[in-house]
Design a protein around this ligand. Structure first.
Ligand code: PLP
Length: 402
């Protein structure tokens, strides 16, 4: 346990909630979850499932009917073919990643993590006995991994490359061309498997990402441009983000049969099947009307524009336009070395996030949690009014610092 850290995003949300319940006026931009309710038809399907008695153990990998819906969804959306024995339903995308790493990593096997990256990848790799290899990716490449950086990082011990597009925390989206260039490097390293974390895949903004079969938003994944990698790629996806279902705990993995079989074996000795009711709800989410996803994505896109426009030109801050997910990753490099208006030294991203919380009442997450010091992450999965107020507070905070 000494090797791993508690999740810093959760820690920051908890701190904000504690301040709020003590009466402080805090706007939280720290949580990584949609503020929208789960769509009505999804909730109804869950209630029906309870009434129909779907309250027993299911297959460990998940019910056949929900896996069939997920297979069809992958086929419709991404043109990818998966059989039922190539899909596992887990208790959140997080458990998909956990199962995959635990099932495959031997001591010292390397997990390549392009950073900025989601907080949990390195800790899950460490828990599984693996060795996280963090590859810093600069703003000049859109915080994305380049083929050169990948080539320079691979060793004979490299087991997994984690690709997360759209990215938490940067919102960066890999284009088909960028994925193809990475696939060319991967072709030379057959020992290296790809974990394609597509959990924000349907939350991509702007006409350039209307690449779904019906012109809907879709960030491409590596298998769509490099199908030859299918025998060593695991797709990680789930209901949490696109369908506003974080609390239901439903994620799924799609990959080669032998890998899925190992993950099922592991899951059978830990949590067993994911919640039967959440599986029924997810079935409705993935096979039902998809306009709820488009509506939420349209709202996120407007909010992104609101935040980016409100913070433009604020002294000490800089950001790239995020193209997906629901985060803005702000560089606070220009503030470091200054003092807040209340005299707090702002020497690190932690100092900035803490001062913002305690002096301005805005909760964010320091970039170091995402292996990218000198930044803070704002989540715009909250109301326009909250975002307007929070941005005004951040602006005033930065202008007053010296
Ligand atoms: N992957 C990324 C990049 C995430 O941001 C998250 C959640 O924050 C997950 C996976 C896991 O989500 P869940 O376990 O809720 O499906």
């Amino acid at each position: 346990m000494g090797r791993i850290q508690p999740s810093q995003t959760i820690a920051m949300s908890q701190k904000a909630r504690a301040l709020q319940s003590a009466g402080a006026d805090v706007i939280s931009l720290s949580a990584g979850e949609p503020d929208f309710p789960t769509p009505r038809h999804v909730c109804d399907a869950a209630i029906e499932a309870i009434r129909a008695g779907d309250t027993k153990y299911t297959d460990i990998a998940g019910t056949r009917s929900t896996r069939a819906v997920l297979a069809q969804w992958l086929k419709n959306l991404r043109g990818l073919d998966y059989g039922l024995d190539e899909i596992i339903i887990c208790t959140g995308g997080k458990q998909v990643i956990y199962n995959a790493m635990t099932a495959t990593l031997n001591a010292g096997d390397e997990v390549i993590i392009p950073a900025p990256a989601w907080v949990s990848y390195p800790d899950i790799a460490l828990l599984s006995g693996g060795k996280p290899v963090v590859v810093p990716c600069a703003p000049s490449t859109g915080y994305k991994l380049t083929p050169q950086a990948l080539e320079a990082t691979v060793t004979p011990r490299s087991k997994w490359l984690v690709l997360n597009s759209p990215s938490n925390p940067t919102g960066a989206v890999y284009s088909a061309g960028e994925l193809r260039a990475l696939a060319d490097v991967l072709a030379r390293h057959p020992q290296l498997w790809i974990m394609s974390d597509d959990i924000y895949g349907q939350l991509a903004y702007g006409p350039q990402w209307r690449t779904g079969p019906q012109g809907q938003a879709l960030a491409p994944n590596i298998l769509q441009v490099a199908p030859e990698l299918k025998n060593r790629t695991l797709i990680v996806d789930g209901a949490s983000k696109a369908y506003a279902m974080t609390g239901w705990r439903m994620g799924f993995g799609a990959g080669p049969q032998a890998l899925i079989k190992a993950m099922v074996k592991l899951q059978g000795q830990s949590t067993s099947n994911s919640c039967s009711i959440a599986q029924a709800a997810a079935k409705a989410a993935f096979e039902g009307p998809q306009n709820c996803v488009a509506d939420m994505a349209a709202a996120y896109e407007k909010r992104r524009d609101l935040v980016v426009a409100s913070l433009e030109g604020v002294p000490g801050l800089a950001c790239l336009l995020p193209e997906g997910a629901f985060y803005v990753f702000l560089s606070v490099g220009g503030m470091l070395g200054q003092k807040s208006s209340q005299g707090r030294p702002l020497n690190t991203d932690h100092d900035v996030a803490e001062a913002l919380l305690e002096e301005a009442g805005v909760a964010t997450v320091p970039g170091s949690a995402f292996m990218a010091p000198g930044h803070i992450r704002l989540s715009y999965a909250t109301s326009d009014e909250n975002l307007r107020q929070a941005c005004a507070r951040i602006k005033a905070f930065c202008q007053a610092a010296q």
